[in-house]
Design a protein around this ligand. Structure first.
Ligand SMILES: Nc1ncnc2c1ncn2[C@@H]1O[C@H](COP(=O)(O)OP(=O)(O)OP(=O)(O)O)[C@@H](O)[C@H]1O
Ligand SMILES: [Mg+2]
Length: 254
């Protein structure tokens, strides 16, 4: 098999110390292969975003290894890590807000600015992705003057602008109505299908998780189950029963 695009070995993340110590990740070992779609699911507080930040090289583990294309990241020069992050990854994270005072186009082309592209090339590429996401007519608007679904499409445009090979999305449909969620999902899975982009998605939405080829179920900082295969909505009730996976709380079962 080819070298995984991302792999972890015994990944541990501890926040705080002493009485405030919290073990958010307790030793995770898994691989993500090029062109895969993977959902990370589990209850609030189970460690999904923490794991996503480590995989996306936005934070460092307390112990264990994250390797990108076979190279342990901790052994790379930090400048190379930022360059790799900027060139290889796209982020659709709710905490990466759009800059309210900048235009949609300037928000979208920020990763290219960081990458040192000149303005006219940036704008040309920025308009290309805005057209792809059907919001080119909003390019000159301020980012605040958009609907929730439009903002999310701008975030996706920004994630795509540098032609990443991996997109990380943390609750990409979290604040959207069901029709807009479907549009956003179709965009993400369309990119996965047509351009072979690897998708790593954190979600509470079972339907979105079911569209991924693999699901990692997290509980209390551990991966407690792994499922393979796309689940069509009709199958959801039986296949996605949390009781079968032993993920229910005692209270929930009562
Ligand atoms: N900076 C931090 N300092 C201390 N504890 C933290 C920090 N960030 C996260 N935690 C704790 O680590 C645990 C995992 O948090 P994380 O954000 O990864 O959860 P999550 O699975 O993404 O939850 P949600 O579904 O609510 O987004 C939580 O108990 C949280 O309180
Ligand atoms: Mg989270």
């Amino acid at each position: 098999m080819s070298t995984p695009v991302l792999e972890t070995e015994n990944l541990v993340k501890v926040y705080g110390r002493g009485a405030a110590r919290f073990d958010a990740l307790k030793g995770l070992t898994f691989e993500i292969h090029d062109g895969e779609s993977v959902a990370i699911v589990g209850k609030s507080g189970s460690g999904k975003s923490t794991l996503m930040h480590l995989l996306a090289l936005l934070d460092e583990p307390t112990a264990g290894v994250v390797a990108l294309e076979g190279s342990p990241v901790s052994q790379l020069d930090p400048k190379k890590v930022s360059r790799l992050r900027n060139e290889t990854f796209g982020f659709v994270f709710q905490q990466f807000f759009l800059n309210a005072n900048q235009s949609v186009l300037d928000n979208v082309t920020l990763p290219l600015k960081i990458g040192g592209w000149g303005r006219s090339q940036r704008n040309e590429r920025g308009m290309e992705v805005l057209e792809q996401l059907e919001i080119a007519d909003k390019a000159k608007n301020r980012a605040t003057d958009l609907s929730g679904g439009q903002k999310q499409r701008v975030c996706i445009a920004r994630a795509l602008v540098n032609r990443p090979s991996v997109i990380f999305a943390d609750e990409p449909t979290g604040n959207l109505d069901s029709a807009t969620s479907e549009v956003v999902e179709d965009i993400l899975f369309g990119l996965h299908r047509d351009q072979g982009i690897t998708l790593v998605v954190v979600t509470h939405d079972e339907e979105l998780a079911g569209r991924c080829e693999r699901r990692l179920h997290m509980q209390d900082g551990l991966i407690v189950a792994e499922e393979h295969g796309v689940i069509t909505p009709g199958q959801l009730d039986t296949t996605f029963d949390p009781a079968q996976l032993g993920l229910e709380d005692e209270e929930d079962r009562a």
